[in-house]
Write a protein that binds this ligand. Structure first.
Ligand code: GDG
Length: 468
């Protein structure tokens, strides 16, 4: 393969292994906003994608899937445990989400993180053309920008951070805090979801490394001179087209009606859709809803809460505990409030095809997004994109990146259970005219700022750096 002008580096390759008609293995690109946003560009500029194929101890040659050149990075089972489940998901993830769960600090996890980051960096450095561009994604790969720069000083490097960056008082806990900052600062542009995340990062750089910071620009010492790195917000969004299309499809609308009927045609359907993760505030949401039933402010004959909790990181202890906690809470509430024909909470610990997700969005009168901390939260934007009739209410936690943009949602502090209960009632009782007024403005925001706008603005900032 000739060198690529543009290389994406992410923990996962955007593919799933599926079985072909004769039992052979084929790789299909998995749907996702990031792939959708980058696919056209990847095809036009000779792009490549470096990532882990998702299975341990599998060595694969580079291959093409649906027109994208894919470069697999192998991980051993031990590396998956130490680098991915350990350092990425049990150290960085909880620390960067305001220590909702206690971060675990283990030196052997850090060592695996360094080794694996180096492997990704080497794969990217080998793939990229002279003066090309490398775009690194997310918290699993924070050391990769500087590692690529050391190997290939000619390339332009971008990094986008999909999760929050914590306040300095929390960040300072990390035993490897300076190494991680230096890793990130290898990039020319460091993108965050919210302005607040960028500010926290700039503060950490100033306080820990004493580099000069002016506005969003950082003077990074390099030999005898300095290089300017830019750190600012580029709020991510969704690929709106498939959501608009699915929501307009008759069979999907029929499925939404069928979902409502199968629940016994309740007056109001509330919906939560999350990976089963302690950052998502699923327990807070269920507690508030359970109390509303208990108080008699809601009648279980009139409402149903559908909670899709898609399985996630099940081998990390904190996630196994969370599952037990949520399932105990759900079954208590259902035990107390179900009737023979009707469930207070329809809890689904399963993943669904996108068609079914859109049918659920269409069926939902109220969407509950109550994350305790969330980089952006795409579910909120997906719900809005499907509401072409301007009906429906979004209840949105102020601790999500989406809250910066979606000002017409019903805002909540999920820690305030009384406030959350009132917000749920406000949403349930909101008159159609007010729903429409708010939804129109929310839809304008999401449809005008889709994932293509996001990637274009990030890449424009990178091109700007390159010109300098
Ligand atoms: C991270 C950051 C940031 C979920 N269950 C099913 C399913 N999903 C889809 C949703 C949505 C996506 O997964 C989840 O995205 P979120 O943004 O809500 O949350 P994270 O997974 O935590 O994502 C987050 C994001 O990165 C992007 O930068 O917004 O803050 O934490 O698209 O629809 N999709 C299908 N079946 C499911 O069962 N098909």
């Amino acid at each position: 393969m000739t060198a690529a002008d543009f290389v994406v580096v992410a923990n996962r390759l955007p593919v799933d292994r599926v079985e072909g008609p004769d039992g052979e293995e084929i790789w299909r690109t998995s749907p996702g906003g990031l792939v959708a946003a980058l696919e056209p560009m990847m095809r036009s500029v000779h792009g490549a994608w470096v990532g882990w194929p998702g299975q341990a101890d599998v060595e694969l040659e580079p291959f093409d899937a649906d027109g994208i050149h894919l470069i697999p990075v192998p991980l051993s089972a031990e590396e998956v445990a130490d680098y991915y489940e350990g350092f990425a998901n049990d150290t960085i993830w909880p620390l960067y989400h305001d220590v909702i769960a206690p971060p675990q600090y283990h030196r052997e996890w850090w060592e695996a993180y360094v080794i694996v980051n180096q492997r990704f960096a080497e794969a990217a450095a080998a793939a990229v053309a002279e003066n090309g561009t490398v775009w690194v994604h997310d918290y699993q790969l924070q050391l990769v920008p500087q590692m690529v720069r050391d190997l290939r000083p000619d390339v332009t490097i971008g990094y986008f951070h999909h999760i929050p960056f914590p306040a300095h008082g929390l960040y300072a806990q990390l035993p490897w805090r300076d190494q991680v900052l230096r890793g990130l600062l290898g990039a020319d542009v460091i993108g965050f979801q919210r302005a607040q995340d960028a500010t926290y990062f700039l503060t950490a750089v100033r306080r820990r490394l004493r580099y000069e910071v002016k506005g969003s620009n950082i003077a990074v010492p390099e030999g005898d001179t300095t290089r300017t790195a830019l750190a600012r917000a580029f709020p991510i969004s969704i690929d709106t087209e498939p959501y608009l299309e699915l929501a307009a499809r008759e069979d999907v609308q029929a499925r939404a009606a069928e979902i409502r009927a199968s629940l016994g045609n309740p007056k109001r359907i509330l919906l939560g859709v999350d990976r089963l993760d302690y950052t998502k505030g699923i327990g807070h949401r269920i507690k508030a809803y359970g109390e509303l039933l208990e108080d008699g402010r809601l009648d279980p004959e009139d409402v149903t809460l559908i909670q899709v909790a898609s399985p996630s990181r099940e081998r990390v202890d904190a996630y196994a505990h969370l599952r037990d906690e949520i399932e105990l809470a759900v079954s208590r509430i259902n035990g107390d409030h179900d009737t023979v024909g009707h469930s207070a909470i329809r809890y689904l610990h399963q993943g669904y095809p996108r068609e079914e997700m859109v049918a659920l969005y269409l069926a939902a009168d109220v969407m509950l997004v109550t994350a305790l901390r969330d980089g952006m939260n795409l579910v909120a934007k997906e719900y809005i994109a499907t509401r072409a009739d301007n009906r429906g209410v979004l209840v949105l936690s102020e601790f999500t990146g989406a809250a910066d943009e979606l000002r017409q949602a019903v805002r909540v502090n999920p820690h305030d259970i009384a406030g959350l209960k009132d917000a749920i009632m406000t949403a349930i009782e909101m008159p159609p005219a007010e729903q429409a007024r708010r939804m129109r403005s929310l839809r304008r925001r999401v449809l005008d700022n889709d994932v293509n706008a996001w990637s274009s603005s990030f890449l424009a900032a990178l091109a700007d750096v390159r010109r300098r």
